[in-house]
Write a protein that binds this ligand. Structure first.
Ligand code: KE4
Length: 434
């Protein structure tokens, strides 16, 4: 019987203090946990598959810092690499060989990327990729999908997912109509709708931006032929296809989802895992496209901490651990097992649950029918998810505080973790249906 956590007094006090100087007491909205009727639990440390709050409570972590912690938290090899690098200086604002080393690992893993540029967040990566797409085509419109989230650059905060949906503001204040009008929308997995956009705007569509697996409206896999269909539409209209693999890159497979399904986007965005927990992201493409980027070409993009040695060291150490034979097979086995654990626990309480996984990424949806797009995701029982979230937290399992998020597992999650999650899930489902 999992221990029930009841004391979080230090977190409550920390939240009150934080609210005096931080907007909403948080540095990223989804952490406010208000969508699940909770408040932020402040963490003190993390180790392997666990996170520990400032009240000393231990949780099995299924957020993994939203993806980066793929080898588990504070992996000794990663920590040692960062410590050794830090002792030589934190940031130079100049070139260093570590940037080339991490770039070589990524380029060797992803055939569609000849050359890349490191940035510091997924937002920067997708924002720069969109700019590159417009620079390369001379066109202005971008197609994105309802419920997909690509960070918070103005043009992409239109019908966005993740925290934007969680807080019911899929279109953000401050994004002007003129900018939003350059973003065309279609439902995920709806190829005819994308075809229609091209029929209407084809000659002005610079490109399509897509999460190959949608991880910001739960977990939604592409329908058979969907990604191929986007590729064909781009080829037919001389538009570019951008895969936002900030979440799926090196999370679903070595390289990313495009390698798993042999897809060939024109531009790829990466983040999260490639930094191993440090602020590292990137965008990359074939050489002729990337040579449009300054200092070689007319498209400007820059960053004080881009290619930061600590981030590079963390990313190199993390990817070298991911490269080990069988790493992703084992991660996939754990993720598949975990989906089954959740579904069978739900079933035993008479709760309808959908679930899916790819590599170390998974998702559950409180729905009796499959979820294929944003409207399906919105129709899920988010109130029931909120109750489940709170019960699981009290039973020592750290879930993302929103039904619009994916879950992430690491190579540090062992069978004991699975049993703990299973026991907590059975207790939690039983509690929420009472
Ligand atoms: P960042 O700017 O947060 O590093 O990355 C933006 C981004 C871009 N593309 C995809 C597919 C993403 O999932 C993200 C960010 N993911 C969210 C979680 N769904 C980050 C968590 C948060 O916003 O606090």
């Amino acid at each position: 019987m999992p221990k029930v956590i009841v004391n979080r007094t230090l977190s409550e006090a920390a939240f009150k203090l934080a609210q005096r100087v931080l907007v909403g007491g948080v540095n990223s909205p989804v952490r406010a946990a208000s969508a699940v009727g909770g408040q932020p639990v402040f963490l003190d440390r993390a180790q392997g598959p666990f996170v520990y709050d400032i009240d000393g409570n231990e949780y099995v972590d299924l957020v993994g810092s939203w993806g980066p912690a793929i080898v588990g938290h504070a992996h000794p090899v990663v920590v040692e690499a960062v410590q050794a690098t830090a002792s030589k200086g934190l940031s130079f604002g100049a070139c260093c060989p570590l940037e080339t080393e991490l770039a070589q690992i990524i380029v060797s893993a992803i055939p569609s990327i000849d050359v890349l540029r490191f940035v510091n967040s997924g937002t920067e990566a997708t924002m720069s990729a969109v700019r590159l797409c417009r620079a390369a085509t001379g066109r202005s419109k971008i197609v994105k999908f309802l419920g997909c989230y690509h960070g918070h650059s103005d043009g992409l905060l239109v019908a966005a997912g993740s925290g934007a949906t969680t807080f019911g503001i899929p279109d953000s204040a401050g994004v002007t109509r003129e900018i939003a009008e350059l973003t065309l929308l279609a439902p995920f997995n709806d190829l005819p709708a994308v075809q229609q956009l091209f029929d209407l705007h084809g000659s002005d569509i610079a490109g399509i931006l897509v999460e190959p697996i949608a991880g910001n409206m739960g977990y939604i896999e592409p329908a058979q032929g969907f990604l191929d269909g986007l590729r064909q539409l781009c080829d037919r209209h001389s538009s570019l296809l951008i895969f936002d693999e900030v979440m799926t890159g090196f999370r679903t497979a070595w390289g990313g989802y495009q390698v798993l399904v042999n897809a060939r986007p024109d531009i790829t965005c990466l983040g999260k895992v490639i930094g191993g927990g440090m602020p590292v992201a990137a965008y990359g493409a074939r050489r002729e496209l990337m040579e449009l980027v300054s200092p070689l070409g007319p498209m400007y993009q820059a960053g004080t901490l881009s290619g930061n040695p600590l981030g590079m060291a963390s990313g190199i150490a993390t990817l070298n651990l991911c490269k080990k034979p069988g790493f992703y097979d084992s991660l996939q086995a754990s993720a598949s097992q975990l989906v089954e654990v959740f579904i069978s626990a739900a079933d035993s309480a008479g709760v309808s649950l959908q679930g899916g996984s790819c590599g170390g990424m998974l998702g559950i949806a409180f729905s009796s029918t499959e979820v294929h797009d944003y409207s399906d995701a919105q129709a899920c029982d988010h109130q029931l998810f909120a109750s489940f979230y709170r019960a699981m937290l009290d039973h020592g399992v750290w879930l993302p505080p929103s039904g619009y998020e994916a879950l992430f597992i690491s190579s540090a999650h062992d069978q004991e973790c699975m049993e703990r999650i299973g026991a907590a899930a059975r207790e939690s489902f039983a509690a929420i249906v009472k």
